[in-house]
Design a protein around this ligand. Structure first.
Ligand code: KIV
Ligand code: ZN
Length: 540
């Protein structure tokens, strides 16, 4: 199957197809509500993605409604294509169309597996049957929608000639975007590049200039970005990616990595995307906060350490000339190197202006909330940096609907073995609740006191804390993930920041509980509900 084929001559524009809201949402624990999906979709449109895969409408009526809302509100004529996923099943395709038809530029994305292992064990189909199904379903999708994308799932472990045959049939039936996924992250970059080139060359109609080839890679071997770039350099002109690389198992290809690799090495790739890279940090933080999936500090482009220089020799070089150790600037992804530091004497105008420069043009009412919080933090922390400001905005503007509100935390802890928390909270009924609890550590005591008030059975899956800025007065940022205990194990994330990490921990847990309440409804709360196993690595 080896070949030396050269990629067909193509435009140098790579379409960015964002699937954060579909494949990304399939990450363990990343359940987003419809308002959060809409907010992320708005930011994706502003970021400049070409296509938003908004969900899998046949999965549930809620998913259908979420895709439909995005189609209606974000899928404007000057906005991105809004796409929904559908198996090669008539009902899936009909449901998909029901949701995406409201967009100015709707797309149906339908897929079938081409690997023998999937066909035999998952679909119980022969190759001939799958080929016929692809033909029938692409034809059906085209009868509804002018823009149809077709994917050969598990192409990475499929016979290349069969992939080309199925793609040829999809093109014949009118699909204009053909996606060749490495569904299980099995391929090597060189191999994936050769496969893309071979399939493009050998698919009947594959070199038709109206056909856009697409790459979709998973990161099981840590090669998703490398494979995506190899596929693009072999002729693909659409990359399927997610913000922060979230997705099934080890995730999907990270949008920010592909885009910055294309930008930073324009000399090598000679390609471009339509992404406004200065918005990358902001949307990365938004997705992390909403999904509760925190970003590893050394994650390329968006990790907390991505632009930090620790070693003396590096710092020395940096100070003499930034380019000694910096291949791209923090500003290019929206991190500011502003030396303008705000403090408790800064006025509303200064805060407003700084926020606007950081990409948060807040309305007056929103600014009121943020400014109030800014003053509280500035009372405790001398210098308020851009990172602090962003954390404040995330906390105030990007939290879930608050059924329960934290009104005060008092903790005593030390070495007397009785960490105790006293908590004041306002309930959905407007009443004030005060509870105290003892725990194995201060965070455990706070969480136990919260549980006594909120009474939602749940299990804490993950607790992570990190400092936003340097110094002992740094704000702590806490992310937690919890799951229901009703047998479905739905997962919810929460996020909180504060100069006091115990308060940040309380906020994060309450945010996750509020999200759970919004999804499962208060009716499911048992008065006896208790949090199960408490495991807070490193927190107490
Ligand atoms: O990984 C995959 O194969 C997919 C398809 C459904 C496109 O996500
Ligand atoms: Zn996938």
């Amino acid at each position: 199957m080896e070949s030396d084929v050269q990629p067909a001559v193509r435009s140098n524009h790579v379409r960015i197809f964002d699937t954060t809201l579909r494949d990304g949402e399939q990450s363990p624990g990343a359940s987003l509500n419809s308002a959060e999906k809409l907010e992320i979709a708005r930011h994706l449109a502003s970021l400049g993605v070409d296509i938003i895969e908004a969900g899998f409408p046949a999965a549930s009526p809620d998913d259908l409604m979420a895709v439909r809302r995005i189609a209606e509100e974000v899928g404007k004529a000057d906005g991105p294509i809004i796409c929904g996923l559908a198996r090669c099943v008539k009902n899936d395709i009909d449901k998909c169309w029901e949701a995406v038809q409201y967009a100015a530029k709707p797309r149906i994305h339908t897929f079938i597996s081409t690997s023998d292992i999937h066909l035999k064990y998952q679909f119980n189909m022969t190759r001939e049957q799958a080929l016929q199904r692809a033909r029938d379903m692409v034809r059906h999708a085209r009868s509804l929608c002018a823009d149809v994308e077709f994917s050969t799932m598990d192409a990475g472990r499929s016979e290349w000639a069969y992939v080309a045959q199925v793609c040829g049939v999809a093109i014949e039936e009118g699909a204009t975007t053909i996606n060749v996924p490495d569904t299980v992250g099995y391929m090597m970059p060189d191999e994936y590049g050769r496969m893309m080139a071979w399939v493009i060359e050998n698919t009947p109609g594959g070199k038709n200039p109206n056909v856009i080839w697409s790459v979709h890679c998973h990161n099981d071997l840590g090669l998703a970005t490398a494979n995506t770039l190899a596929g693009i350099n072999a002729g693909a002109r659409q990359a399927e990616v997610t913000i922060n690389g979230i997705g099934e198992r080890a995730g999907n290809t990270a949008l920010e990595e592909v885009v910055m690799a294309i930008n930073t090495r324009r000399d090598f790739h000679k390609l471009e995307t339509g992404i406004d890279t200065k918005q990358i940090s902001r949307i990365s933080r938004l997705v992390a906060n909403y999904t509760g999936i925190s970003i590893q500090p050394n994650k390329a482009i968006v990790g907390a350490n991505a632009f930090a220089h620790e070693a003396g020799i590096h710092q020395d070089g940096q100070l003499k000339n930034r380019e000694t150790y910096e291949i791209m600037t923090p500003e290019s992804v929206g991190l500011s190197d502003s030396k303008l530091v705000l403090g408790k004497h800064s006025g509303r105008h200064a805060v407003k202006a700084r926020l606007r420069d950081l990409g948060y043009p807040l309305a007056d009412a929103e600014l009121d909330e943020v400014f109030k919080r800014f003053k509280e933090v500035a009372d405790k922390k001398k210098h308020i940096t851009d990172a602090d400001l962003q954390a404040i905005v995330s906390d105030q503007m990007q939290g879930p609907a608050e059924f329960y509100k934290l009104r005060g935390i008092q903790v005593t802890c030390g070495q007397l073995d009785m960490p105790t928390a006293t908590l004041k909270m306002e309930g959905p009924d407007g009443k004030l609740y005060i509870e105290a609890a003892v725990g194995v550590g201060p965070v455990d005591a706070v969480y136990t006191a919260i549980d006594r008030i909120v009474k939602v059975p749940n299990k804490l899956l993950e607790f992570a804390v990190h400092a936003i800025t340097e110094g002992v007065d740094a704000q702590g940022e806490v992310t937690v993930r919890i799951c229901t205990q009703d047998g479905e194990y739905q997962t919810f994330g929460g996020h909180g920041s504060d100069p006091d990490i115990i308060v940040a921990s309380g906020k994060a847990y309450l945010a996750a509980l509020n999200r759970m309440l919004a999804a499962v409804g208060t009716a499911d709360i048992s008065p006896e509900g208790e949090r199960a196993a408490v495991h807070l690595p490193g927190a107490d």
